[in-house]
Write a protein that binds this ligand. Structure first.
Ligand SMILES: NC(=O)c1ccc[n+]([C@@H]2O[C@H](COP(=O)([O-])OP(=O)(O)OC[C@H]3O[C@@H](n4cnc5c(N)ncnc54)[C@H](OP(=O)(O)O)[C@@H]3O)[C@@H](O)[C@H]2O)c1
Length: 346
């Protein structure tokens, strides 16, 4: 079926002379941040079961950098590939059969299954209605964009997969990152005990302030001893966002009967198969949950409760204009503190 296109102005009026075309960030070849360019693109009308979202804020995700560099797990068709899997905005148009959302509603994007075609580094995108959910009350657009992916990954891995319960001691690698900080907050919301791991001693205070019950610095120490010191024993759950040779040390530090959830891959070195007495092992990919409306409804309920209680608070780093997407990527590559945001209407 041919795709129908609407030409639309940024003001929401049909486009007239002098109006600016909606913008989208694309790349035509793999490479460094310099391959990103902003171009105009007509806005597609949502088809049956779809909604069009006017993007208010989008966050830079590590996957965006991998897609741009040509190293993402899924192939990226070129040219004119789009980027962006974390965003918030306002429903701008709804396709036939959509009853869950209405025009003008503040939303966040819960999944972008095909980011290269429908990525959120843009003024608009069109998604299946089931991948767009109402924004928690009182949450602004930038905070919402910075929240969902970190939150849903940590929630899915810890609650849905590992079955985290009150009192569980949880080792969290890369705890200062977006998923790691969410994991700390979710563990606290549930009444578990988040133990933050970092390579840098300088991050100790910051992680305690972020809610960690204890912090273990991983470099140049006996990790098992460090964990024993702060827990008085081992840990029930290990959330590993790093992998690499350090993973076995985490499992050993946790001790017998632990549950390992592997949700990230920040260390590209080989990861030996983890071994431990009574060890349960899960891998986690967010699409397992974020493409399932029933699980997304549970995640949304937990998020709304967390926002109401003040337990879920993402850390926003800097906000860049959409035209400065390349600069935003450089900032992430140089080790940003907090989520880097692109706001189409700065
Ligand atoms: N499974 C999924 O569906 C899913 C969803 C989202 C993200 N992820 C993955 O989860 C991981 C974390 O994502 P994120 O967005 O939280 O990342 P992030 O915000 O970029 O995390 C940054 C932190 O990770 C730590 N880190 C970076 N490189 C490291 C290394 N080589 N070894 C040990 N620690 C390292 C650093 O903490 P310190 O300096 O304090 O050690 C850094 O502050 C990524 O691999 C990402 O691709 C998976």
């Amino acid at each position: 079926m041919p795709q129908r296109f609407l030409t639309w102005s940024l003001s929401g009026r049909p486009r007239g002379e002098g109006d600016v075309m909606p913008r989208v960030v694309v790349f035509d070849e793999f490479g460094g941040p310099e391959v990103l360019r902003v171009t105009d693109e007509a806005v597609p009308e949502p088809g049956p079961g779809e909604v069009r979202v006017r993007i208010e804020a989008t966050a830079v995700n590590p996957l965006d950098l991998m897609m741009r560099a040509g190293s993402s797990p899924a192939p990226v068709p070129l040219p004119r590939a789009r980027l962006g899997v974390e965003a918030s905005g306002v429903v701008d148009a709804v396709g036939s059969g959509v009853t869950s959302l209405e025009v003008g509603q503040s939303v966040l994007v819960s999944a972008v299954p095909n980011a290269a075609a429908a990525g959120t580094y843009a003024d608009y995108t069109v998604l299946a209605a089931q991948h767009v959910i109402p924004r928690p009350d009182g949450m602004d657009a930038i905070t919402a964009a910075a929240t969902w992916v970190g939150f849903s990954t940590a929630y899915g891995a810890l609650v849905e997969k590992a079955g985290m319960r009150p009192g569980d001691r949880v080792l969290i690698s890369a705890a200062s990152g977006s998923v790691g900080r969410s994991a700390i907050q979710i563990a606290n919301q549930i009444g578990a005990i988040p133990i933050a791991l970092t390579r840098e001693d300088a991050k100790r205070e910051e992680l305690v302030a972020a809610g960690a019950a204890a912090v273990v610095v991983t470099e140049g120490v006996d990790l098992a001893e460090g964990v024993r010191e702060v827990t008085g024993g081992g840990a029930e759950i290990v959330l590993d966002l790093v992998r690499g040779p350090g993973q076995q040390q985490l499992v050993t530090a946790a001790g017998p009967g632990a549950t390992l959830v592997v949700a990230g891959f920040l260390d590209s070195r080989p990861t030996p198969f983890p071994v431990g007495v009574g060890l349960r092992i899960f891998t986690y990919a967010s699409f397992e949950h974020t493409l399932d409306p029933v699980t997304v409804a549970r995640m949304g309920a937990f998020l709304r409760a967390g926002v109401r209680l003040g337990a879920i608070k993402p850390v926003v780093g800097e906000v860049f204009a959409l035209e400065d997407a390349a600069e935003a990527h450089r900032r992430v590559e140089s080790g940003a503190n907090g989520k880097i945001i692109l706001a189409p209407k700065l």
